[in-house]
Design a protein around this ligand. Structure first.
Ligand code: HEM
Length: 398
């Protein structure tokens, strides 16, 4: 199969050999350490990618706007007529002035001041989800019964998607992810029917909110921005996609580390501890870029048109950047790369930073005791993510 730039980044997410076990996916940090120790950049002939591991070079790579660019989603379509070319309108899939202009208009809706009144509704949502999770007894899966649905509901409320469409939205996110993860994603993304219903839904929703504005992001963008309807719809889909999985992984990593390090919320400031969780087990461990020209990274010359994998998870444990990098230090206050850096940095970081502490405080207060059933836990199956697909817990109410 060709590995040209039009092919989505997940082809290059095919697992590096040392990460081909559940143990290594759960704990890839030994591999990173060894790689970083020998050289900051390695070429992997099997995956045909250049892997970058040091903080300095990962950060520079994320900040590079010209030489290293994001890949397009569908590549061949630019007209918005097919489902994937409509989704191509998301800023995640663009670079340069178009990306900058779109992000400039979206940025202000994610400022902390505008999000502050979400606290009470997030807490109420957590409690109701915990009640549902406990309907069958004291054990539940922290991921599927809690960490997956809660952030999904939060971001759907922000965007303006009715609650009744939640299950449908989750199915669409999963279809999109399965196309992106498929070995045949380049072909599948040209399939007229894949994601057709999703795109139709967003087209209709934008038109409907234009006609009958509500108090939500879709309506605000339709009324206040000069973004095209397709840009509004595609970016709102991306907010839901980007805001759901990463948050779920942050929450499950947080619970896992809180349990390992006896973090109860009484002795620690949860906002501060969560920054160390983000450094220590970053939900997004890597990002892919394509070289638009020949570049040299740490003495390694990389020709144009090659895939570069920037390992955020390795950068966040670089001893050149942090004291005792392999140690979880709850009050460290790290300057980390978990939300990226530079032009594509995470627009949802203020929302994540507001949401995660409210959720984790509510969980800690809700239970007298919460214990991991580790033998039944399952890590994420992609090298670009660290978190859990499954994290069963046994609980005792407060
Ligand atoms: C713990 C939670 C989160 C983590 C760890 C995270 C991480 C990241 C990272 C690393 C990037 C940079 C991608 C790149 O450089 O290729 C990014 C971008 C992005 N994130 Fe997040 N994110 C989180 C939550 C959210 C939320 C709640 C939203 C909802 C709005 C969101 C929306 C986005 C979008 C739209 C982008 C693309 C920005 C662009 O291309 O300019 N993220 N995120």
């Amino acid at each position: 199969m060709s590995t040209g730039p039009e092919i989505d980044e997940n082809l290059h997410d095919s697992l590096p050999e040392p990460l081909q076990s559940e143990e290594a996916l759960h704990d890839p940090f030994d591999w990173y350490r060894e790689q970083r120790r020998t050289a900051p950049v390695h070429y992997d002939p099997k995956r045909e990618v250049y892997d970058v591991f040091s903080y300095e070079h990962v950060k520079a790579g994320l900040q590079s706007a010209e030489a290293l660019q994001r890949k397009r989603l569908s590549g061949s379509h630019a007209d918005g007529q097919t489902p994937f070319s409509y989704l191509d309108n998301g800023m995640v899939w663009s670079d340069g002035p178009d990306h900058k202009q779109t992000k400039g208009q979206l940025f202000k809706y994610f400022q902390p001041g505008l999000l502050a009144d979400l606290d009470a509704s997030i807490e109420a949502l957590c409690k109701s989800q915990l009640e549902t999770a406990l309907e069958d007894g004291t054990q539940f899966d922290f991921v599927t019964d809690f960490a997956d649905p809660v952030p999904l509901r939060v971001i759907m409320d922000v965007v303006g998607i009715p609650e009744s469409d939640q299950q449908q939205m989750l199915d669409w996110l999963n279809t999109f992810r399965s196309v992106m993860n498929s070995e045949y994603s380049a072909e599948e993304s040209r399939d007229e029917h894949k994601m057709e219903a999703t795109v139709e839904y967003f087209r209709e929703l934008v038109a409907e909110r234009k006609a009958n504005p509500q108090d939500d992001l879709i309506s605000n963008l339709a009324l206040e921005s000069d973004l095209s309807d397709a840009k509004i719809g595609a970016n709102c889909f991306d907010f839901i996609l980007a805001g759901q999985g990463t948050m779920s992984e942050l929450l499950s990593n947080a619970l896992y580390l809180f349990e390992k390090h006896d973090i109860t919320g009484e002795e620690h400031d949860i906002d501060v501890v969560l920054e160390e969780v983000l450094r220590y087990r970053s939900p997004l461990q890597s990002r892919a870029r394509i070289t638009t020209e020949s570049v040299t990274i740490a003495d390694t010359e990389i020709p144009a048109g090659k895939t570069v994998i920037l390992w955020i998870g390795a950068a966040n444990r670089d001893p050149a950047q942090y004291d005792r990098p392999e140690e979880f230090v709850p009050d460290r206050k790290p300057d980390h790369l978990a939300f990226g850096s530079g032009p594509h940095n995470c627009i949802g970081a203020p929302l994540a930073r507001l949401e995660a502490p409210v959720i984790m405080r509510t969980v800690l207060e809700y239970f007298e005791d919460i214990n991991l059933i580790e033998e039944e836990a399952a890590p994420m199956s992609k090298a670009s993510k660290v978190g859990f697909q499954k994290l069963p817990v046994e609980t005792q109410l407060a």
